[in-house]
Write a new protein. Structure first.
Lengths: 115, 113
């Protein structure tokens, strides 16, 4: 069990560029979640997947954001036409299946900085 | 909607016990979690409790839940320098099949040598 893996760890880009992050969940975890954490705040929910199906999206996820999990394994989060306000840590988590007693395990995140 | 609140800072002398507090607003059946975040890292799950329990103990960690007051606490016994981090309380509401976690703003624990 290697834990949740996120790449890249850091991304610096100019405003207006597109960026894509990758998350590899713990093996055989069906559920995969994306959160965003800004400085001094707790993580905020963005979206989650059950296998390849995207089941819920937060209002925070504007139309510039898209997430996929095409084969029910790794997931990607893409931000198009980045803005200053997109600067944050993007965290991915996974859990074995549904249920509060199946807690979410987090990766180390991707820190995005918009110049 | 759910809301989770925590105090922002706590300083404790090495070897003493740390008590980190959290209040939540959701009145339905819920799971409550404690996560630890060290600088530049993600969140490490420490422990969790279901709302029909009053207490859970795991080595140096003790979680107390007062469901009436919607108050949760995390006690760390014999606090060490390695416990310096930000601690997040989070809840999920399973009455509505709510998968997302709602986090507090985190409590920064500082250990005084």
């Amino acid at each position: 069990d290697t834990g949740v893996s996120q790449n890249p760890r850091h991304k610096i880009t100019k405003r207006g560029q597109n960026v894509t992050f990758r998350c590899d969940p713990i093996s055989e975890h069906n559920r995969l979640y994306w959160y965003r954490q800004t400085l001094g705040q707790g993580p905020e929910f963005l979206t989650y997947f059950q296998n390849e199906a995207q089941l819920e999206k937060s209002r925070l996820l504007s139309d510039r954001f898209s997430a996929e999990r095409p084969k029910g394994s790794f997931s990607t989060l893409e931000i198009q036409r980045t803005e200053q306000g997109d600067s944050a840590m993007y965290l991915c988590a996974s859990s074995p299946q549904a249920g509060g007693n199946q807690p979410q395990h987090f990766g180390d995140g991707t820190r995005l900085s918009i110049l | 909607g759910e809301d989770v609140e925590q105090s922002l800072f706590l300083s404790v002398r090495e070897g003493d016990s740390s008590v980190i507090n959290c209040t939540y607003t959701d009145s339905s059946s819920t799971y409550l979690y404690w996560y630890k975040q060290e600088p530049g890292a993600g969140l490490q799950l420490l422990t969790y409790i279901f709302s029909n329990m009053d207490m859970k103990q795991d080595q140096r960690l003790t979680v107390l839940l007062n469901k009436k007051d919607k108050h949760l606490s995390l006690r760390i016994a014999d606090t060490q320098t390695g416990d310096s981090a930000i601690y997040f309380c989070a809840e999920s509401n399973w009455d509505f099949g709510n998968e997302k976690l709602t986090f507090g703003t985190g409590t920064r624990l500082t250990i005084i040598p």
